[in-house]
Design a protein around this ligand. Structure first.
Ligand SMILES: Cc1cc2nc3c(=O)[nH]c(=O)nc-3n(C[C@H](O)[C@H](O)[C@H](O)COP(=O)(O)O)c2cc1C
Length: 244
């Protein structure tokens, strides 16, 4: 059996730093159109994020039509970042697509043979691990079993409930949002992530299924000269980092 190898390419860290440091939440955009090729590239880069069990629990809605965009901007509480955006991209997490995607991991496996352990994971383990059952009953049973088994050894501690499934889906989806924002920056465009929106109205406008979670909505466009309201600041790193 040949062992797959992927060499790590050399990277200019200063170019990467430039992308990270120049990404700001931009609240005003110009009228310039964001090319479709740029949007597609950023969506592709978004989908390259690490994600839980490669179950890809996300969906992205690219809202370009002026009528829907205006309604969506209104649902974003009329924020400048939304009303002036050339494109609005609601970033959606899904808690019910894991089952279908689990099997698709077997279908999409890129090598000639799939290791048995991987096949077993996607065909047998994941379907139980992520399944919470009717009204979360299976999740509760798994939690009880985990509490007992966990007395003697390390065990996975969830997701054990529908709300834990929401956190599970949002984690991977938020990473996708960040890749997308960095992607737009690298293309010379800018974004503003927004959680300031009326979720009920957004769900209705996008006709979202019940298990969808509107993680954030990205305003995207070309940065206007007055698009950034103030210099960036963060609290001291030492307060947040614990070396053990
Ligand atoms: C999940 C999330 C929700 C946010 N919601 C809004 C929002 O509704 N409106 C807004 O103007 N900025 C919003 N922001 C942007 C933050 O205010 C901004 O990231 C923060 O102040 C740091 O500034 P910077 O992004 O320029 O570094 C949001 C950011 C995140 C990550």
């Amino acid at each position: 059996m040949t062992v797959y190898q992927e060499l790590a390419p050399a990277i200019d860290v200063n170019e990467f730093r430039k992308v990270v440091e120049s990404r700001r939440s931009v609240r005003r955009f110009t009228d310039e159109e964001v090319p479709q090729t740029v949007i597609d590239d950023c969506l592709d880069m978004a989908m390259l994020v690490p994600n839980s069990s490669n179950l890809q629990p996300w969906e992205f809605y690219v809202v370009r039509s002026p009528e829907l965009k205006a309604k969506l901007a209104e649902a974003c509480l009329g924020q400048n970042a939304a009303t002036t955006a050339n494109v609005l991209i609601p970033i959606i997490a899904r808690t019910n697509t894991w089952k279908k995607n689990s099997l698709r991991n077997i279908e999409y496996w890129p090598e000639e043979t799939m290791p048995k352990i991987v096949r077993t994971y996607y065909s047998k383990v994941a379907p139980i691990h992520y399944n919470q059952g009717p009204l979360g009953a299976l999740g509760l049973a798994k939690k009880a079993a985990g509490l007992i088994a966990g007395l003697k050894r390390a065990v996975p501690r969830g997701p054990y409930s529908i709300s834990e499934m929401k956190a599970w889906a949002v984690k991977s989806t938020a990473l996708a949002a960040e890749n997308m924002m960095l992607g737009f920056r690298a293309h010379g465009f800018d974004t503003c992530p927004m959680e300031g929106f009326d979720e009920r109205r957004v769900r209705k406008l996008l006709k979202l299924p019940d298990d969808a979670i509107v993680t954030m909505i990205l305003g995207v466009g070309r940065r206007a000269p007055n698009g950034i309201y103030h210099r960036r600041y963060r609290f001291p790193r030492e307060e947040f980092v614990h070396y053990l």
